[in-house]
Design a protein around this ligand. Sequence first.
Ligand code: AKB
Length: 318
Amino acid sequence: MAKILVTGATGQIGAELTLALRERHGADNVIAAGHRREPSGNLAQTGPYLSLDVRDAAALDAVVSGQRITVIYHLAALLSAVAEEQPLQAWDINMNGLLNVLESARKHGCQVFFPSSIAAFGPGTPPFDTPQDTVQHPSTIYGITKVTGELLCDYYHCRYGVDARGVRYPGLISNQVLPGGGTTDYAVDIFYAAVKQRHYDCFLRADTQLDMMYMPDAIQAAIQLMETDANRLMHRNGFNVTAMSFTPAQLAAEIQQHLPGFTIGYAIDPLRQAIADSWPRHMDDSAARVEWGWQPQYDLTAMVTDMLRHITAKLRNE
Ligand code: AKB
């Protein structure tokens, strides 16, 4: 039976992934670990939680060995925009955290999930139908930690046989926990503003096309990849995965189908615009589709309908 540790469990992905894993493996078999935010709602009520800074190698190793952990979903990280403001801290959390996780996994025989990102690509990468294996030369510290993370995971697999796997997530859209500090956060913020104020000022240009995914698909991708027979995998880490690709203007037009009075304006943040401009527009995720059956369920229309339903209900209850 799997005994799972989720680091970064209070974050945007972690909170929902922990609940999905608890449904699948039983609440007591999934330990949520967080550091910078307090657990809230279902996360705190449905199973074990502990406070853990992934930079503390001894503390992490004590949890992994003491709790007889067999699988680690390592989600603790700083996102792209906040990392650009604190590059040394981003390196410390994103790299030393991962290294500590891989070392514990090596010592105790754990499987590891590591989320990379579209940020692992850079301005020299082909922006459309970005291949699985291509130029990776990111211009952000976050992207550098993601490429290095992919390489470290491959290294620990080749050198020590650690079963480390991962995907390159695009921007993730969700309605439980806010992202915070990312370049694609506009695609979440816009829903709250649309429901509350019927207006949103976007920090990216109207024509900034980026890959995106709705959270239920992101959760499915992580679990499905981790449960795939290893013999099917030709790659292990950094699988391109995407579900849709749109611009702020296209997202606003889709929201207007539901809320005709909604308007969008643009107040460009040069830092986040430069980051977005360095990322691909649309990745080719055929390797994930072929090697482990990746198949997203939500396109732009389905995602917007579901997001508006959830955010409206959430704000009504606040
Ligand atoms: C960010 O915007 O930093 C993240 C990402 C694309 O990795 N959402």
